[in-house]
Design a protein around this ligand. Structure first.
Ligand code: SF4
Length: 88
């Protein structure tokens, strides 16, 4: 069950406060944060959870190196331009 660990609570070193696993599970465009293995391995079998619930392709997306700020900004601008076109 993919919701099994949703209410587990942990401290997020990036955000600087406690949060629940359901947040971590979807923070990367609906996929888990790339730090999930480091953050959750002491609380439950996170590697097993990831391999049970995500495909190989999703696994690669979860753990791919972060984009540079320039390419992230470019992607955001492209998405904004696309939304503007769709609303015309
Ligand atoms: S998995 Fe990501 S969002 Fe969740 S606690 Fe760790 S760093 Fe924060």
């Amino acid at each position: 069950m993919i919701e099994k660990y949703d209410k587990k609570e942990g401290y997020c070193k990036i955000l600087g406060h406690f949060l629940t696993f359901d947040y971590c599970k979807t923070t990367k465009k609906g996929l888990p944060c790339s730090k999930v293995l480091d953050c959750w391995f002491q609380q439950f079998p996170i590697e097993e959870f990831i391999s049970e619930h995500y495909s190989e392709e999703e696994y690669k997306k979860i753990f791919e190196p972060p984009q540079s700020k320039i390419s992230s900004l470019t992607e955001i601008l492209e998405q904004a331009q696309q939304r503007i076109k769709e609303n015309k």
